[in-house]
Design a protein around this ligand. Structure first.
Ligand code: LLP
Length: 411
């Protein structure tokens, strides 16, 4: 969906350089078909009957992207009141929404209860009490699951490993058991399922299998004590290829999980993919402001940087960087850096790039997940515009911010 035709990069039927003429840079462009295809791949892989795919909005909460997935029948995984509101506005039905997060506020829990979502994924006993209070004061029942910490190392970047005992996430088994038993005494709380999420950009099946085995054995404990659950939610984290290395083999994951879950055929499986649904659908387009050579380096200074795409600066992530128009000539090794006043500010280091000069447009690929959603206004930079592309049509999904947006609310 994002590929060269001759020497011109296209997003579906739209040339990247024409997107830039129309909408300027920095610009996020998303291929709607790529999102739909990725969703189709996930659905096809998880063929276990009743499996629910809850899109993790944090990867890309753009309203247009969310509406696309909601229309396909996806559910949603949210981690804040803001994401919950976005999910409802995009048309995800409440009974397909799960709410994770280690620090939900009373206000957020009340919103969850009022909206009638499927489950709040609880992270502590204190949160269980708060949810109980919220449900009582609203005169409603609240569905919940406990996020189990399975003490499994997903083998990913330390910033995004969440399933080890040292992580802030989840609840250890004895405490989780105590929470389910306590909740069983409340008339307001209804145990819907169990939750677990081991990390992000996971590229092998083994840690999922381990986590799933831990969950399955815990579910056995619960059922023996009379706690019945409707779903087993194994979270997201399915890794993708960023052009180097392999992504997670989804069919292999799905069949491994189905096997692990075979003792519980009545339990519904939930998965919460974010990245693998949207990463490949997005490209960040940026203009070359300067080419700056020093005795040590050849820098390409672009109008996008860590404020638009934080992943390289924060995780040392590597994204493919390509010219919107390929020109003939020798390649050189460059550092593509942004204009932000931080040495960490870069889009790519040691990038092999063909001829490139001031005014050229570069495309940072695989930027559809955790791109715009992690963008900031640091250095008082307005956030970029986002456009959706379908065939040869492209439209603004989110306006570029202006100086007024930056100072809004200041007195
Ligand atoms: N469910 C839960 C409870 C999560 O915490 C996450 C991601 C997901 C699902 C979706 O994971 P995914 O399928 O997208 O890997 N900013 C980082 C990734 C942080 C992921 C946080 N949690 C990055 O840019 O790599």
């Amino acid at each position: 969906m994002i590929e060269y035709r001759r020497d011109r990069l296209f997003v579906e039927g739209f040339p990247a350089d024409r997107l830039v003429e129309r909408f300027g840079t920095p610009l996020y462009a998303y291929s709607t078909r790529a999102v739909l295809e990725a969703y189709g791949r996930v659905r096809a892989a998880f063929s276990r009957p009743g499996t629910m795919v809850c899109y993790a909005l944090k990867a890309n909460p753009n309203a247009g992207v969310c509406r696309l997935l909601a229309r396909q029948g996806a559910g949603a995984e949210v981690v804040s009141g803001g994401e919950l509101r976005r999910a409802l506005a995009a048309g995800f039905p409440p009974e397909k929404i799960v709410f994770s997060g280690v620090g939900k506020t009373e206000e957020e829990l009340r919103l969850a209860v009022r909206s009638g979502i499927l489950a709040v994924n609880l992270e502590s006993e204190a949160e269980l009490d708060l949810l109980d209070d919220a449900a009582r004061s609203l005169g409603r029942r609240a569905g919940f699951s406990v996020r189990l910490n399975p003490d499994v190392d997903a083998g990913t970047h330390e910033h995004v490993t969440t399933g080890t005992a040292a992580a802030k996430f989840g609840v250890e088994r004895p405490r989780a058991l105590a929470m389910y038993l306590k909740a069983a005494r409340s008339r307001r709380l209804s145990s819907q399922g169990i939750h677990c999420h081991i990390g992000s950009q996971v590229t092998s099946v083994a840690p999922y299998r381990k986590a799933c085995a831990a969950v399955v054995s815990f579910v056995g404990d619960l059922e023996r004590r009379g706690v019945r659950l409707g779903f087993i939610d194994l979270g997201g984290g399915m890794g993708v290829s960023y052009g180097f290395g392999k992504g997670l083999d989804l069919p292999a994951l799905a069949s491994a999980l189905s096997k692990e879950l075979s003792s519980w055929p009545d339990k519904r499986l939930i998965v919460e993919p974010g990245r693998c649904l949207v990463a490949g659908a997005g490209v960040l387009l940026t203009t070359v402001l300067f080419r700056k050579k020093t005795t040590k380096k050849d820098f390409i200074v672009t109008d996008a940087g860590m404020t638009e795409l934080l992943r390289p600066a924060l995780y040392g992530a590597k994204h493919p960087i390509l010219p919107a128009r390929r020109r003939k000539g020798g390649a050189s090794v460059v550092d593509v850096v942004g204009p932000v006043c931080e040495t960490a500010d870069h889009l790519g280091r040691g990038v092999k790039l063909g001829p490139c000069k001031q005014g050229d447009v570069l495309a940072v690929l695989m930027a559809g997940a955790y791109g715009f959603s992690m963008s900031s206004q640091y250095n008082s930079r307005p956030r970029p515009a986002e456009v959706l592309v379908d065939g040869n049509r492209a439209w603004i999904s989110r306006q570029r911010e202006t100086y007024r947006d930056i100072i809004r609310g200041e007195v």
